[in-house]
Design a protein around this ligand. Structure first.
Ligand code: NAI
Length: 303
C-alpha cells in the first residue's frame, strides 16, 4: 500500500515551484490532490487557470488523481471553496499544505501600505483562511495534518522584506497555535522553511560578482528536495510530530530552535533605567544576537 493511500491533500500555490513538486510527490505516494493555484505573477498580480490545471493533468497522466482549483487563498469565501473542492471531489480532507506565496520586496522605509497588505493577505491571512476552513473536517474525523511554509527571512532576517518576514513569522505563531488547539483532535501542525531555486528566488537582484556567485549556488537547490519532508508530515509516519519548525535545503534537513528565555537577571529592589544600563544590559549583552541575515547563519554551501 502506498504511504498516502486514501488520503486527500490540498496544496495551495501548487501550479509551480515548490508547491508543484509537493503535489506531484503527494500523488505519487497515493494521495488524491487538490492542486490550488491562482496563477498569479510573483508579485501576486493577474490570474491564470493554466498552471493548476497543467499540474493536475500531469498527475492524472501519471495515473494519479487530482483536481485543479484556481481560488485565491487570500479571501475567506474563496478559501472555503478550496476546501469544498476537496470534499466535493474526494469526500474528505487529510492534509492542508499552506504553500501559496507572493513577494513585494521593498526597504521598510519605502514600503507602501498596499505592499504590506498584499503579502500579509496571501501568506498569513491565506494560511489562516484555508487551515480554518479545513478545521471542522479535521476536528470531526479526529485527524489531520497542517504543513505551513515559513521562511528564514522571518526566522532570521533579510533586507527589504518587512512584509514577508512579518507574515512568515506570523505563520510560525499560527502553526504553533493550531498544533496546541487541535492536539486533542489528533491534528498536527508543523512549519517548513525551504531553500529552493524557484521563480520567487529568481527575483533576487544579481548585479555584483558576489551576488551572481550566490545566485549560482542557489540554483543547485532543487524544489523537489523539499517534497519528501512534506509527504512525511502528511503521512501517519509523522504521528506525534507537531508544533515543530523544520528547514530543508538540498540534502540537508534542519530542526529550528524556538524562543525560550536565554538569560534572566533579578534585582531585589526592582529596576531603574540606570540600573538596567549598569547591571542588566552588561549581564545580558554576551547573549545578544547579531543583526544577522539568513545568509550569515546559513553561511556554508548547500550540500
Ligand atoms: P512560486 O512563486 O514558484 O510559487 C508560489 C505559487 O503561489 C505560485 O504558483 C502562485 O501563482 C501561487 N499563488 C500566489 N498567490 C496566490 C493566491 N492568492 N492563491 C493561490 N495561489 C497563489 O514560489 P516558491 O518558491 O515555490 O514558494 C513556495 C512557498 O515557499 C512560499 O510560501 C514561499 O514563501 C516559501 N519559501 C520559498 C523559498 C524558496 O527558497 N523558494 C524560501 C522560503 C520560503
Amino acid at each position: 500500500m502506498k504511504l498516502l493511500e486514501g488520503k486527500v491533500v490540498i496544496v495551495t500555490g501548487a501550479g509551480g515551484g515548490i508547491g508543484r513538486d509537493f503535489a506531484l510527490a503527494m500523488a505519487e505516494r497515493g494521495a488524491k490532490v487538490v492542486v490550488n493555484d491562482l496563477g498569479a505573477s510573483v508579485s501576486g498580480e493577474g490570474k491564470d487557470a493554466g498552471p493548476a490545471q497543467k499540474v493536475a493533468d500531469e498527475i492524472e497522466a501519471k495515473g494519479g488523481t487530482a483536481v485543479a482549483n484556481t481560488d485565491s487563498v487570500a479571501d475567506w469565501e474563496a478559501a472555503n471553496r478550496i476546501v469544498k473542492t476537496a470534499i466535493d471531489a474526494f469526500g474528505r480532507i487529510d492534509c492542508v499544505v499552506n504553500n501559496a506565496g507572493i513577494l513585494r520586496d521593498r526597504f521598510f522605509f519605502n514600503m507602501s501600505i498596499e505592499e504590506w497588505k498584499a503579502v500579509i493577505d496571501v501568506h498569513l491571512n491565506g494560511s489562516f483562511y484555508v487551515a480554518r476552513a479545513a478545521a471542522p473536517y479535521f476536528k470531526s474525523q479526529n485527524s489531520g495534518s497542517y504543513v505551513n511554509m515559513t521562511s528564514t527571512s522571518g526566522l532570521i532576517g533579510n533586507f527589504g522584506q518587512a512584509n514577508y518576514a512579518a507574515a512568515k513569522l506570523g505563520i510560525v505563531g499560527l502553526s504553533k497555535s493550531m498544533a496546541l488547539d487541535m492536539a486533542k483532535y489528533h491534528v498536527r501542525s508543523n512549519c517548513i522553511a525551504p531553500f529552493a531555486w524557484s521563480r520567487m528566488i529568481g527575483t533576487i537582484p544579481a548585479e555584483t560578482p558576489d551576488q551572481k556567485a550566490r545566485v549560482e549556488k542557489l540554483k543547485s537547490m532543487e524544489t523537489s528536495k523539499i517534497a519528501p519532508l512534506a509527504v512525511y508530515l502528511a503521512s501517519d509516519l509523522a504521528e506525534g510530530v507537531t508544533g515543530q519548525i523544520f528547514g530543508v535545503r538540498a540534502n540537508e534537513i534542519f530542526l529550528f530552535s524556538q524562543n525560550r528565555p536565554l538569560r534572566s537577571v533579578h534585582r531585589a529592589g526592582g529596576w531603574t533605567p540606570e540600573a538596567i544600563a549598569e547591571q542588566a544590559m552588561p549581564a545580558m549583552r554576551a547573549q545578544f544576537y547579531a543583526l544577522d541575515r539568513s545568509q550569515d547563519v546559513f553561511s556554508w554551501d548547500p550540500i
